[in-house]
Structure formats: structure tokens, C-alpha cells
Ligand binder design. Sequence first.
Ligand code: ADP
Ligand code: MG
Ligand code: MG
Length: 212
Amino acid sequence: DAEIQREAILAAIDNVAARIAEEKSYLTDLDSAIGDADHGANMNRGFQAVVEALDGDDAEEMGPDDLVKMVGKTIISNVGGAAGPLYGGSTMLASAELEGGITAETSVAFAETYLQKVQDRGKAEIGAKTMVDALVPAVHTYKKSIEQDDLPPLTALSKAVDACERGVRYTVPLRARKGRASYLDWRSVGHQDPGATSTLFILEELLETAEE
Ligand code: ADP
Ligand code: MG
Ligand code: MG
């Protein structure tokens, strides 16, 4: 029921925030190679703010869609640069898909809309060495696993995490075409994309939470 879903969302947020905090310097190292060395700090600031925002009494009255919307809004107002609007804005806009609660169907819709909004805003195609390279295989695998292969959401999510991980590895040999890393042009080759990497960490924690 609604209360169980609320608890699950709060647990997921705690797990994601803890993981991002743990990986802060790793993400910053990745961003220092091909960016401005702030991706770890940006993501950590955002998710710490989310944990604080959801600590208040307001969160107790919220449905899944409004909770997720608040996550997005909080990220937008606490994270600047490329990541704030991409992670926060897309989460906020995709949250409407969860209006009827979280089901296999609405989670696919959420994932698809999230990806769509990232691409609407960032205009990155696959192969541009961005988070899109991690998201596209993850979202497509999740959708296919549920809609065509009729797998349970947990199995689908696990397959999506595997696909995401391959997407992250695929960013290494690419030449960046979007974001700050594109300023380096061919010198971005050989480095793993920070945004793709943090996207994988988030998905891993969603899976971890769902398994509990
Ligand atoms: P900034 O580049 O503004 O310092 P961050 O370091 O927090 O922001 O985030 C960088 C990440 O954002 C990149 O690793 C990449 O995955 C992602 N990114 C940057 N530009 C785009 C874009 N146009 N579309 C999709 N993702 C992007
Ligand atoms: Mg940066
Ligand atoms: Mg920056």
C-alpha cells in the first residue's frame, strides 16, 4: 500500500545518498580527468539536501509521485552545472508517471520519461560520452524485460543494472561531444564519464533497496 511505498522511497533515497557520499571523491577524480572536478561534490550536496528535505513532517503526507517530485526539486535548487537540471529536472518531470503508485508499468513509464527529459534538455545522443550512454541501455533493458520478457520488476532492474554497467564501460573509449568534457575533444578518450558512473551508482542502490 501507499505507506509501504513511501517507506521504500525513503529507504532508496537514504541508500543512494549514502552511496554518493561514499563515492564522492571517486566521482570527483573522474571529473577532474575530463571536467572541473566537482561531480562528486555536486551530487553529494544534492542528495544530502534531499535527505534533509525529506526528514521534515511534510514528507509524511506525500504520495510516491510528490515525494519523487520533491527529490527532483531539491536537486535542482542545490546542484548547479550540468548535473542539477539533468538529474533534478528529469526526476521532477518524470515523477508525474508515479501518480498511481509504483508498479511495474509506472516504473517503466518513469524510466522512459526520465531518459526522454535528459535527452530533451541535454541533446546528447548515445556515443557522446555522457550519462545517456548509461541510461539508454538501462532503460531499454528494463522496459524490454518487463514488457516483452514478462520478468518480475526486481529481475528486470537487475538486468538493467548490468546493462548500465556495460554502458559506463562503453564511455571509456569515446570522445566527448557534450558537456565540459567535449572541450577536451580527443583528450577525453580513455576516461570514464562521471555522470554515467553516478547514474550506475544510483541504479545499483535502487536495486539494493528493492532486494531488501
Ligand atoms: P559540470 O559539467 O557542469 O561540472 P557535473 O560535473 O556535475 O557538471 O556533471 C558532469 C556530467 O554531466 C558528465 O559526466 C555527463 O555525464 C553529464 N552531462 C554533461 N552534459 C550533458 C548533456 N548535454 N547531456 C547529458 N549529460 C550531460
Ligand atoms: Mg563537473
Ligand atoms: Mg561544474
